[in-house]
Ligand binder design. Structure first.
Ligand code: NAP
Ligand code: ZN
Ligand code: ZN
Length: 349
């Protein structure tokens, strides 16, 4: 086993602090990665604070991992030491169910192995994420990061990038479509950049007027502050597609009214439950859908797309010691627009 320095939450809601974990020695098909940067996703906070379901503690969060291949197992064909690679939200799946066979491993019915707050396929070994120095991952769950992208700013592509790219592709957003991105945080700002790179006409819907200039700078064509009294009437029936990235409970019904007839709103944000009315769906044959990250093949497609279009995240690089403060700022919608941890700052004892 490889002793690995990390940062962990000892129990739900407790602050993150230095913690030592053990990684497995690379097996024949494994890759050992030296982690250089890890993005800070709101899902890290939801899970570290037990907002979704009882988590597995101590918890080492982090699923926007980029780094360098340090060692490979004897049967590894895809990677060699020195390669620049990424790891996203899952590190294994059953490989046999319909979803896995379709390359939609994120919907694996046979036991998806989340990068952290999960169990390995043995059903008992907890997984630990990227707020750590190294990770051992099966070669089939490792991604190639395009060499032209700055590595720290590319880290958030591994979750925020694929989570927004996947529904835009799956629901067939076309150049010229009017796309609304609800919530300008980590996911939202990637949604803006990616939808823009696909040729869509992008509008940001934000809960205050504060982010107007940023939204336009990030590539949005228009901005609507939903706090304005007439926001929902003035924009009724305007959009071909709505990507809702909001992390806090909000009124889905109001946003559904902004869709044209027969169009779709996709939830990727996962706040606590809130009430849904049939009316805005029935009146306009509108659709409400959800979407979870993306499969391995599509994650690679997204990384290559971002390489071609020069799309990365706007980041604030932090030392690992700043993580608790960073989490509080994410919850306060005060992140511009993704925190990324520089793992060189991790105490190596
Ligand atoms: P984030 O950076 O915190 O962004 C969330 C945004 O939601 C904020 O920037 C803010 O945008 C808006 N918001 C926050 N509090 C609000 C409030 N009280 N009322 C209205 N709007 C509010 O979070 P993130 O990392 O992008 O993640 C967003 C959500 O997606 C989280 O729930 C996360 O768990 C989930 N997620 C899902 C997937 C998936 O596969 N489906 C993957 C990753 C993350 P404005 O200031 O512009 O309003
Ligand atoms: Zn995430
Ligand atoms: Zn499966």
């Amino acid at each position: 086993m490889l002793k690995t320095p990390a940062y962990a939450a000892a129990a739900p809601k407790s602050p993150l602090a230095p913690f030592a974990i053990e990684r497995r020695e690379p097996g024949p098909k494994d890759v050992l990665i030296d982690i250089r940067y890890c993005g800070v996703c709101h899902s890290d906070i939801h899970q570290g604070r037990d907002e979704w379901y009882p988590g597995i503690f101590p918890m080492v969060p982090g699923h926007e991992i980029v780094g360098t291949v340090a060692r490979v197992g004897t049967e590894v064909t895809k990677w060699k030491p020195g390669d620049t690679v990424g790891v996203g939200c899952f590190v294994d799946s059953c490989r046999a169910c319909d979803a896995c066979r379709d390359g939609e491993e994120q919907y694996c019915g046979g036991g998806l192995v989340f990068t952290y707050n999960g169990l390995e396929r043995d059903g008992k070994t907890p997984t630990y994420g990227g707020y750590s120095a190294h990770i051992t991952v099966d070669q089939d769950y490792v991604l190639r990061v395009p060499g032209n992208l700055p590595l720290d700013a590319a880290a958030p592509l591994l979750c925020a990038g694929i989570t927004t790219y996947s529904p835009l592709r799956h629901f067939g957003v076309q150049a010229g479509d009017r796309v609304a991105v609800v919530g300008l945080g980590g996911l939202g700002h990637m949604g803006v950049k990616i939808a823009r790179a696909m040729g869509a006409e992008v509008t940001v819907l934000s809960h205050s007027p504060r982010k107007r200039d940023d939204a336009l700078r990030l590539g949005a064509h228009d901005f609507v502050a939903t706090s304005a009294g007439d926001a929902f009437t003035a924009n009724a029936g305007r959009f071909d597609f709505i990507l809702d990235t909001v992390s806090a409970p909000h009124d889905y019904n109001a946003y559904l009214g902004l869709l044209k007839r027969d169009r779709t709103m996709v939830l990727v944000g996962v706040p606590e439950p809130s009430l849904l009315s049939a009316f805005p769906l029935v009146m306009g044959r509108r659709r409400l859908a959800g979407s979870l990250i993306g499969g391995i093949a599509q994650t690679q497609e997204m990384l290559d797309f971002c390489g071609q279009h020069g799309v990365v995240s706007d980041i604030e690089l932090i030392a690992v010691q700043q993580i608790n403060e960073a989490w509080d700022r994410v919850v306060a919608s005060d992140v511009r627009y993704r925190f990324v941890i520089d793992l060189a700052t991790l105490p190596r004892g």
